[in-house]
Ligand binder design. Structure first.
Ligand SMILES: [Mn+2]
Length: 239
């Protein structure tokens, strides 16, 4: 794109927004748009693709943290489909996910491996975390349930999971497995995560409040902090 692109920008006599830069570049070299996108735009996109196969599960997913909340999810566990769909929607991230697991035994392996793969994807999508807010928190109700989730993109895996439920199943799903999901995710994403169920008696409502709070807290943490001017959000200079 080089010279022609620069000339086009200069001709406008001002520094245009990135979207304008992109559009003007497309209009100049439309034949190349599929093969080559301006490098700086690609680098700024927080995307990841993960494919993982074991003797217990086979999972493939694509995530875009700068998405619009669009998802296509099939885990073989309807309750997890429901949770991950609302995670995508409330976190404004795009998620395409297909999982097959040994659910004839129980849901444990698949739920844990979903956490591993999403954690790997987050780690990949976040990169060096330059210019990101780093911290995020959200408190979300679902009828009588109230969940609070706090995130630090610290690169130090830590899970505090304070969820006490009187009943552990929602339909056929063991809601206790959600702790395994988050432990696996935290370990592979390298994030600090505090999950606290502040109120809640229905396991379905409680799980839904937790996933929505996680989504909103994550959305905040991965958003841009312009005052960092592209620096790492740590006084150490590295995360
Ligand atoms: Mn529901």
């Amino acid at each position: 794109m080089g010279e022609r692109y620069v000339r086009n920008v200069q001709a406008r006599g001002s520094i245009p927004l990135i979207s304008t830069i992109f559009l003007s570049w497309v209009s100049i070299t439309s034949s190349r748009t599929c093969r080559s996108t301006p490098g700086r735009n690609v680098a700024m996109q927080k995307k990841a693709h993960v494919k993982r196969k074991t003797k217990e599960t086979k999972i493939e997913l694509t995530v875009n943290l700068d998405g619009a909340g669009q998802s296509s999810i099939s885990t073989g566990i309807p309750f997890m489909d429901h949770m991950l769909t609302l995670f995508s929607a409330h976190g404004f991230l795009d998620l395409q996910l297909k999982a097959e697991g040994d659910t004839q035994i129980d849901d444990h392996h698949t739920v844990e491996d979903l956490g591993i793969c999403l954690g790997m994807a987050l780690h990949q999508a976040l990169g060096d975390k330059k210019g990101l807010r780093r911290y995020g928190e959200a408190t979300v109700p679902m009828d009588e349930a109230l969940a609070r989730v706090v995130i630090d993109l610290s690169n130090r895996p830590y899970l505090s999971y304070r969820v006490v439920l009187k009943k552990q199943t929602a339909g056929a799903f063991d809601v206790g497995l959600i702790e395994e999901f988050f432990r696996a995710l935290v370990n592979h994403a390298g994030i600090t995560l505090h999950v606290k169920l502040m109120a809640g008696s229905d396991p379905h409502h409680s799980a839904e409040a937790i996933f929505k709070a996680f989504a909103r807290a994550l959305d905040h943490a991965v958003g841009p902090e312009l005052r960092l001017k592209g620096e790492v959000p740590s006084t150490k200079g590295l995360l």
